[in-house]
Write a protein that binds this ligand. Structure first.
Ligand SMILES: NC(=O)c1ccc[n+]([C@@H]2O[C@H](COP(=O)([O-])OP(=O)(O)OC[C@H]3O[C@@H](n4cnc5c(N)ncnc54)[C@H](O)[C@@H]3O)[C@@H](O)[C@H]2O)c1
Length: 334
């Protein structure tokens, strides 16, 4: 459930699926598992430079920190808590929680008892965790991603819109930590990545509740369109355009568009349309891919996350599934 911008290929390699960075590591894993051999060690240079000074994908499991403890972060935590033998959640980093509780490992975050974990600051998280799981915001990826990667820890990114910025993508690629991309709220990215280089066009039609699209940084026109949908009770198309423009207008709401462009290895093949529909009970993403491999169409209809209608309930599961994959829990579809 994760794609990797590895430390041995270029960003372009990783995005096109042509690079050596993720392919060799993944193949190695499968062969080792087929031979029933343990431990599964990372063949990339990261292993030697990781927070724990050794290849971390071994039979001891992995230590993780969660950056962003909102709707998705809390769900991810609960999902990972079901696999204590493979994944240990060391703590959480969240600007709201930090502001309230301070970075004291002895302090526990708020929430139900099963979801109380230490509140960490970034230096502590980087020092102790093998993997930082970002489920905060594109600005969190910009602010902390390069430091995490440069310190040799790995990063799993949910806020993929941040990677529309090629300079940031290059920083996250520079290693020695590795950057993994979550599949988030959609499926089919494996197919799109397989077809990368042979894709003529991808259309994404996203339909969400108006409230799930509202945010403080909206342009006047887009806010008016969304409010018109709310007032009339009828669907209104509020955006049509490129991935960078979609991400600029709706930074935390349209990570799916960035995921498609990154998987295709070319943001420019993706055309995005966003509709605010007050009657939508599900968030839908209809994805049509045309190219030399044929015509592929995915319709994904997600229940919104009960704690945040802007996110889909599937996203936390996708992140947890990706972490478990990294921790060696199969089956592994590659
Ligand atoms: N890839 C996908 O398909 C997909 C789908 C949904 C959401 N997302 C991403 O996941 C993010 C989180 O979603 P959510 O529903 O949990 O949102 P949320 O608002 O419920 O929680 C986000 C949490 O992150 C914290 N946070 C934000 N920026 C931070 C920073 N710079 N440093 C520290 N903490 C920070 C906030 O305080 C908040 O507690 C979204 O912003 C979006 O970018 C991705």
């Amino acid at each position: 459930m994760v794609a990797e911008l590895g430390s041995t290929g270029t960003v372009a390699d990783a995005r096109s699926g042509a690079g050596p960075c993720s392919g060799w590591g993944a193949t190695t894993q499968v062969v080792k598992q087929a031979l029933n051999s343990v431990p599964i060690l990372s063949p990339t240079p990261h292993g030697a430079a990781s927070a724990h000074g050794a290849g971390w994908m071994d039979d001891m499991g992995i230590d993780v920190a969660i950056l962003g403890y909102g709707a998705i972060g809390r769900s991810v935590h609960l999902l990972l808590a079901q696999h204590p033998e493979r994944v240990r959640v060391l703590g959480v980093l969240d600007r709201a929680v930090l502001a309230k509780e301070g970075p004291k490992p002895s302090r526990r975050s708020a929430g139900p008892p099963e979801a109380r974990v230490p509140v960490l600051d970034l230096p502590t998280a980087i020092k102790r965790a093998d993997l930082v799981i970002e489920c905060a915001s594109p600005s969190a990826v910009r602010a902390h991603g390069p430091e995490i990667i440069a310190a040799g820890a790995d990063l799993l990114v949910a806020s993929l819109g941040a990677l529309v910025d090629e300079r940031l993508g290059a920083q996250l690629h520079a290693g020695p930590g590795r950057c993994h991309l979550s599949t988030g709220a959609i499926g089919g990215l494996d197919l799109i990545r397989s077809a990368a280089g042979a894709i003529e066009a991808i259309e994404l039609e996203t339909v969400k509740l108006p409230a799930a699209l509202l945010h403080p940084g909206l342009s006047g026109t887009q806010r008016e369109d969304i409010e018109r949908a709310q007032a009339t009770g009828s669907p209104v198309r509020v955006f049509i355009g490129s991935v960078p423009d979609a991400v600029a207008g709706f930074p935390s709401n349209i990570n799916v568009a960035a995921a498609l462009g990154l998987a295709a290895g070319d943001l420019s093949v993706v055309r995005v349309s966003i509709t605010a529909d007050p009657t939508a009970t599900l968030t839908s993403h209809t994805i049509t891919v045309r190219g030399e491999t044929g015509k592929h169409r995915f319709e994904i209809r997600n229940f919104p996350d009960p704690a945040n209608p802007a996110s889909s309930a599937l996203t936390a599961r996708a992140i947890a599934s990706g972490v478990l994959h990294l921790a060696g829990v199969g089956p592994h579809f590659i």
